[in-house]
Design a protein around this ligand. Sequence first.
Ligand SMILES: O=C(O)c1ccccc1NCC(=O)[C@H](O)[C@H](O)COP(=O)(O)O
Length: 199
Amino acid sequence: MVKVKICGTTNLPDALHAAEAGADALGFIFAPVSKRRVTAQVAREVGLSVGPSVARVGVFMGQPLDEVLRTAEAARCSAVQLHGPLPGVYVEAVAAYYPVLRVLGPEDLRTGNVQAVPGVTLMLDAPQPGSGQPLDWSALVPHFPPGGWLAGGLGPENVARAVATLRPGGVDAVSKLEASPGIKNPQAVKAFVDAVKHA
Ligand SMILES: O=C(O)c1ccccc1NCC(=O)[C@H](O)[C@H](O)COP(=O)(O)O
């Protein structure tokens, strides 16, 4: 079964609705550049209120390692998602504490810039995260890592095609599930989860 992560969660009603709709994971964004950024306190309160069956993924981009580990602990994250160019030792250090979703772009796959690290799952995303830009799924077929996750411009109307093309281990989305930045469109979230679970 393909896992579903609903990213950019900022409030309890959206989190509860996503969980009820069948999401496997919620993403809490701590990257300073994001318009969906939350504090560790908000992520902890919202994430823990949803219950243990839904993973709480802390999303980081280019932050110092100690900030990532301190924030993930304060927020009680159950996994960490890492964006941006990062040294292998950084990713390994985070993976010593948390399951890691390591985000790469299509170019990394084409150039073979991919290392297998225990505890690290690869996720393919558009170069600008959270921008709603879909990838060229067919072009990824020869390189897509088994069990890898897919993000980038996924929504209720296109996710079944993406899943059929790449058979990812999980999918992740934000832009196409929102009424406005940081606020979910509940119908879109439900339709997205249903489309993945029936794909
Ligand atoms: O969404 C953001 O604002 C964001 C900013 C900085 C780093 C990561 C960010 N989002 C991470 C995600 O996991 C998104 O769901 C993923 O990039 C897909 O986004 P979208 O194409 O908008 O569905």
